[in-house]
Design a protein around this ligand. Structure first.
Ligand code: FES
Length: 91
């Protein structure tokens, strides 16, 4: 059991965004969009298995970080999240 609310987001080391999806599921990705470095902590929206940067509407896969459509061909770094109870580990 954890104390996160579904959709809650927080930062790790100021440069990685973690979002709680419910159950034991989290997603994590780099904070700054690889296009023009918009802050995805503020401007990133998660829909399904994509995070969308609202600055220029690039869609990135949360599976492998590849841009699906939008303003850049550069991938977003995504992390695998391991929930160890008291701590989260990003790989
Ligand atoms: S800064 Fe994110 S799409 Fe342009």
């Amino acid at each position: 059991m954890n104390n996160y609310r579904i959709g809650e987001r927080f930062l790790i080391n100021e440069d990685k965004v973690v979002v709680y999806l419910g159950g034991n599921k989290f997603v994590a990705f780099e904070r700054y969009c690889p296009h023009l470095r918009c802050d995805l902590f503020k401007y990133g929206v998660i829909i399904g298995d994509e995070v969308i940067c609202q600055c220029h509407f690039t869609h990135f896969s949360l599976t492998d970080g590849k841009p699906i459509k939008g303003a850049t061909n550069k991938p977003l770094r995504v992390y695998k999240v391991i929930n160890e109870g008291e701590t989260l580990k990003l790989l």
